[in-house]
Design a protein around this ligand. Structure first.
Ligand SMILES: [Zn+2]
Length: 457
């Protein structure tokens, strides 16, 4: 295999995925691809003008070059829009200023940056009814190709529905020079698809969110290869980073195909959303999305490990018999939500989500019987899907991302409470809901923090 054959492998897999996507028409991942940006733009937006959108860092890194290449290709360009704010993050006021500028620009945005710039530009572009191009500068998250943008609004991080970019261009020369912690965050966001897949298997079995087999394949078929070289990710190895970038973009394309982020996110992401909405900071800074997701990934993997090593069919029999004793009425849940979220901006959201997933005892019984009657196959499938928590931790650590909660400033007691709060955050059925349905929270989640438990310190 020649040195660059992996680019062709990547291109072939991405090309196959694109046939299922409505928004994104072209993805280029390679070396020295910035010089192709003019041709790329003309192909996707013939006869249009362009406006480069970046922040000061990404403008210096690649934005200036993109501007020069567009001009060299004869494309008329607007004055670039460069964010120069010390506290720049994905927040609505930063969308608003860009939207105002785009509204009078009559040009196609070319977003040069990673998570924040892309999310801001994705949403602002959609608000003015325009598509855009993303030029990614780091393998830091899976949002390049996803529909929807994660933006803070009214002090809550929320996902706003909007189309994915029409084109994505990645220059691996730029990505390889990105700060280690950014690519490390992307690695953690990608390895999260392991327990996220397990959560989807549960939802599929009980019928709340059936698996979309194409979207599943786009994320899961090559996942083990994409996360196989965390040391390479940390050391800037081209192949490792190309595969990481491919995995993140494929995850986005899968979300675009399935029109849901279920394909790429499960309970592990709910830990991250929880800490986002608690405005958690460590050493004065909010840990990156990937860093929080990575800790969530270890947390749910540890829970699955506990389940798979201790449960058998009689566990379900006992849980079915105990339904009348363990059943939590809506009044009980509502009271809990008020205690947990009453003072936060999340209260209405969690109430709506929990109401949506609230079920009566007869539905609970149906579910538990389904789990019981399919336990042998389910256990086999989950075991094949998952990795031991310690192994996930080693991989995350090798990529130079935080593998323990303390590394992002979360104490064990807070982590334990976070399992419970994360469960209430979203309708999406996952391993935390499963523990509630089984009435086995103490025996599973709480036991992780007791003697011989995974989180016993
Ligand atoms: Zn993510």
């Amino acid at each position: 295999m020649s040195a660059s054959d992996f680019y062709q492998e990547t291109a072939a897999r991405v090309e196959k995925a694109l046939q299922y996507c409505d928004d994104t028409q072209a993805v280029v991942i390679g070396e020295q691809t910035l010089e192709q940006v003019g041709v790329f733009f003309k192909r996707l937006f013939p006869n249009e003008r362009a406006i480069v959108v970046a922040d000061v860092t990404t403008f210096a890194l690649a934005g200036k070059r993109v501007l020069e290449e567009l001009a060299a290709a004869g494309i008329s360009t607007d004055e670039p829009f460069v964010y120069n704010e010390p506290d720049m993050h994905a927040e609505m006021r930063f969308v608003d200023v860009l939207k105002e500028r785009l509204a009078v620009a009559d040009a196609i945005p070319v977003a040069v940056g990673s998570g924040t710039v892309n999310d801001l530009c994705k949403y602002a572009s959609s608000l003015v009814g325009r598509s855009y191009i993303a030029v990614g500068t780091a393998a830091s998250m899976d949002g390049y190709a996803s529909f929807g943008a994660s933006i803070e609004y009214n002090e809550c991080k929320q996902t706003f529905s909007c189309p994915a970019p029409r084109g994505i261009l990645i220059d691996m020369d730029v990505v390889c020079k990105a700060p280690i912690k950014m690519n490390a965050a992307g690695f953690a966001d990608l390895i999260a698809k392991i327990p996220a897949g397990a959560d989807w298997i549960l939802a599929d079995l009980i019928g709340t969110e059936p698996i979309d087999t194409i979207a599943w394949s786009l994320v899961q078929d090559s996942l083990r290869d994409w996360v196989a070289n965390p040391e390479g990710v940390a050391s800037g190895d081209r192949k490792a980073l190309t595969f990481l970038m491919e995995g993140l973009i494929m995850s986005g394309l899968a979300m675009q195909k399935a029109k849901t982020s279920r394909t790429a996110s499960g309970a592990e992401h709910q830990f991250s959303h929880l800490w986002d909405n608690q405005h958690h900071k460590f050493n004065g800074e909010a840990p990156s999305h990937g860093f929080k997701v990575g800790v969530g990934t270890v947390a749910t993997s540890a829970l699955y490990e506990r389940i798979l090593s201790t449960w058998n069919e009689s566990t379900f029999d006992a849980a079915i018999i105990a339904i009348p004793d363990n059943f939590r009425s809506w009044a009980t849940i509502e009271k809990e939500l008020e205690e947990n979220f009453g003072n936060s901006g999340l209260y209405e959201t969690v109430k709506r989500e929990c109401a949506k997933k609230f079920v009566e005892p007869n539905e609970l019984e149906r579910r538990l019987k389904l789990f019981r009657n399919n336990w042998v196959e389910l256990k086999t499938r989950l075991s094949k899907q998952l990795m031991p928590a310690a192994e996930i931790q080693e991989l995350i650590a090798a990529a130079k991302a935080p593998a323990t909660p303390e590394e992002i400033g979360i104490e064990r007691t807070r982590l334990q409470k976070s399992y419970a709060l994360a469960q209430q955050l979203r309708y999406r059925y996952n391993c935390l809901d499963w523990m509630q349905d089984m009435g086995l929270w103490e025996e599973t989640v709480d036991s992780l923090f007791q003697a011989n438990g995974f989180w016993c310190s």
